[in-house]
Design a protein around this ligand. Sequence first.
Ligand SMILES: *Cc1c(COP(=O)(O)O)cnc(C)c1O
Length: 361
Amino acid sequence: MTQRVFNFSPGPATLPEEVLRRAAQEMLDWHGSGMSVMEMSHRGKEFVAIHAHAERLLRDLLGVPEHYKVLFLQGGAIGENAIVPMNLLRGHASVDIVDTGEWSLKTIQETRKYAHVNIAASSAAKRYTCIPPRQGWRLDPDAAYVHICSNETIGGVQYHFTPDVGAVPLVADMSSDFMSRPIDVSKFGLIYAGAQKNLGPAGVTIVIVREDLLGHALPITPSAFDYGLQAQADSMLNTPPTWAIYMVGLVLDWIQDQGGLAAMERRNKEKAGLLYQYLEGNRFYANPVAPADRSLMNVPFTLRDPALDDAFLKGAQAAGLVQLKGHRSVGGMRASIYNAMSLEGVSALVAYMKGFEARHG
Ligand SMILES: *Cc1c(COP(=O)(O)O)cnc(C)c1O
C-alpha cells in the first residue's frame, strides 16, 4: 500500500496523484507504441504529437495570443536570467528590474553581466514584505525591458496586479505561480517559468514570447538559447526534455479536468485563505507579509519562539506533513501550496498547527 504524505516542498513540488498514476500506467508502453516516452525519438510522430498536445493545451488554458511563441527549453529560471538579456537587449544598454526579494536579486546579479541594471523599485527597506506600489517605480523609457518576479517563492510575496509599463516590454519570472490563475498574456513581452513548482518535473522551462521580440539575440548567444532559432525549430533545435514535456502535458490535462485556470485560482484562494485566516491575529505564529501582497502559493510563517522550530517540524513529519522548513535566508516555516496541494492537505496542516499551539502556546 502506497503511503503518500502531504508535501509542502517549494520545488520540486507535489504533483497530482492522478497524473503520477497515469504516468505509471503509461510508463512501459505509451498508447500501444511499445515504448516509454523516455525512449522515443523527439522527431518521431508519437513524441511530436505529445509535444503539440502540451503546447495546444497550454495555449488554450492560458489564452496565449497567436502572435506569441511558446517554447519548451532547458536551463531553468536561473538560466533564463542570462538568456533573457542575451535575447532581449535589442541594442538597448539597460534593463529595469523591480526588486521584491531573493529571486529578483538573483535576476539583478545575472543581468549585470550583460547590461546596466536600473533598480526601478525595491522593497528591500521593507524587508521584502510587500510589492512596491506601481506609482513609485522609476522607469526608464529607453530600457530594453522591465523585469518582475510575479511570485517571490522565498518571501511569499505575490503581485495581484499586472503593472502597466507603457511601451517597454514587461518580462516576468513566473516560476512559482505559472498556471495557478488566469493572466492576460498580451500585457507581457515575455514570461518564463521552470516547471517544477506548479507544472511538472524539473528539466523543462516554458518561455512565452511576443514574436516581434525575436531575432535580435546577441552574437554570443548559444544557439540552444536563441529564442528566434528555437521558435523556428519548434523548440527542437536541440533534443528537448521529452519526458518533462510529456509530464507537463499530463498536468495540463489535469488542470483542464479541474475546470481550467479560473477553477485553479478559486481553489488556490480557498486553500491560502484557510492558512492566512488562521495566522491572522494569532500570537503564537506570525506572517510578516502585507495582507494585500500575500502569496497564494508560498506561505512563510514563524513561531513566536524559534526554540520550538525543531519540535514543530518533527511533529509535522510524524503527522505526514513534510518539507515545511523555511528557506535559510528567512528561517521559520514555509508551506508551499501549489495547484496540486489539496484542500485536505492544507486543512491537515492548520489542524496540526492548532494542536501544536494548544500544547506549546
Ligand atoms: C524556483 C525558482 C527559480 C529557480 O529555478 P531553477 O529551476 O532552479 O533555475 C527562479 N525563480 C523563481 C521565482 C523560483 O521560484
